[in-house]
Design a binder for this molecule. Structure first.
Ligand SMILES: Cc1cc2nc3c(=O)[nH]c(=O)nc-3n(C[C@H](O)[C@H](O)[C@H](O)COP(=O)(O)OP(=O)(O)OC[C@H]3O[C@@H](n4cnc5c(N)ncnc54)[C@H](O)[C@@H]3O)c2cc1C
Length: 372
């Protein structure tokens, strides 16, 4: 059997295999669903380094969630520009003020989502808020390695699989980094997002600002697009892309049966939403999974931090332990990405189709049950 990473259905596209390949035999190619995934060239020598560094083949244990908190920034302006309570900002400010760097995900000038590394509080602007698609990490690996090798401390925020990949890549050097994962609903295809962006561009002009968690009148679940010729602000459940994402129609293969939805975490801290009302995102849920994670939380300033009952908060944090529900129409959507967005919307994404999808899923479930 080949020792090289090939046909890995559980691949999350972190690209660590490419970084560690001594022959430069691995490249990332966009697959049919629009996710960059590794392709192995003929110069592969089957050394097995890629498999040994793949987080899906990890040989290290995670940390078990230890403490649960609800928390929020005391500054309403920070909460307004954050997905929930602004705890990412509080952690990032603490790390930067102590001389560290922050590595998190933001749109670049072309509205392509990438991780990047910053050193100042002003640069946090583009990194805040949740973006519902896969973030490209390829440009940060080597810089992260150099920074930790020179003794720099930092904060890393990413999906649970990205945090596990970071641990696999940095090994013991990860001790200098505060690793922060989040409760994760999954990540959508960058290609589908490109199609959606093109559609919005045709209606409102080229993108100036895109937000999946725009906050308006105390509610935090609006999709917001600002273009050069106009803008729109629509409740997420009514808009096609957020609807498709939430229904599991455009998420990555590995997200449909995510192996990271469990109480064993690869971050020192796990962030999430604490929703007390139907659309109110004023507080963050936080789990401290290590001593390092719990220490930094107590050191953050200008926040309100309240320790909660661990079992109670675990019970309320659905995707902490449960992967996204499998949607039987997902493959059909990916098979018809050649269709223009408005047709995709009518056929698969329009909220009116929601009932139809639920009905189908229910019938499938019933069929599976009866055939047992
Ligand atoms: C794709 C995704 C799915 C999520 N699913 C859930 C869920 O099901 N349940 C739940 O309780 N919480 C979920 N969250 C977490 C939640 O939306 C907030 O990120 C969390 O409440 C922290 O909010 P905040 O106000 O403290 O920080 P914010 O200021 O909103 O910061 C968010 C942080 O996440 C990083 N980030 C944003 N998008 C991505 C991305 N695509 N990939 C990697 N990093 C990213 C940002 O760079 C930033 O560091 C999800 C987040 C994302 C990105």
């Amino acid at each position: 059997m080949s020792k090289c990473i090939r046909d890995n259905a559980r691949c999350s596209g972190c690209g660590v295999c490419r970084q560690v390949c001594p022959k430069g035999a691995i490249s990332l190619r966009v697959d049919a669903k629009g996710f960059p995934r590794p392709a192995v060239g003929d110069n592969c020598i089957d050394c097995g380094l890629c498999v040994r560094h793949c987080h899906e083949h990890k040989r290290f244990d995670g940390y078990r969630v230890q403490k649960a908190f609800t928390a929020y920034s005391n500054d309403p302006d920070i909460r307004a520009v954050s997905s929930s309570g602004g705890m990412f900002t509080a952690l990032a400010v603490k790390v930067i003020e102590d001389g560290g760097f922050v590595c998190a995900s933001g749109f670049d000038g072309d509205f392509v989502l990438r991780h990047r590394i910053i050193d100042t509080i002003e640069q946090l602007d583009g990194l805040r808020k949740s973006k519902y698609l896969e973030s490209d990490m390829s440009s940060v690996w080597q810089e992260l390695k150099q920074r930790v090798a020179s003794g720099r401390k930092g904060l890393f925020v990413g999906t649970p699989c990205q945090c596990s990949a970071l641990r696999s890549f940095l090994g013991d050097k990860i001790d200098d980094i505060i690793v922060c994962d989040f409760i994760c609903h999954g990540v959508a295809s960058p290609l589908v997002f490109e199609k959606y962006k093109d559609y919005l561009k045709s209606k409102y002009g080229g993108p100036v600002k895109i937000e999946f968690r725009h906050k308006e009148k105390g509610e935090g679940s609006f999709f917001y697009y600002e273009g050069t010729d106009g803008s729109c602000m629509i409740p997420n459940y009514k808009e096609s892309y957020p609807f498709a994402y939430a229904s599991g129609l455009i998420i990555a293969d590995d997200c449909t049966s995510c192996s990271y939805c469990k109480l064993e975490r690869y971050g020192d801290i796990t962030l999430g939403d604490y929703v007390s009302g139907p659309t109110d995102y004023a507080k963050s849920t936080i789990f401290a999974n290590t001593r390092k994670g719990s220490d930094i939380l107590y050191q953050c300033r200008d926040i309100t931090l309240q320790e909660e009952d661990l079992e109670d908060v675990v019970g309320k944090s659905w995707h902490l332990t449960a992967a996204n529900t499998f949607n039987p129409d997902r493959q059909k959507v990916f098979d018809r990405l050649d269709l223009p967005w408005d047709l995709l919307e009518k056929r698969y994404f329009h909220p009116a189709g929601r009932l139809r999808l639920y009905k189908k899923a229910l019938i499938n479930k019933l069929r599976r049950f009866l055939s047992r």
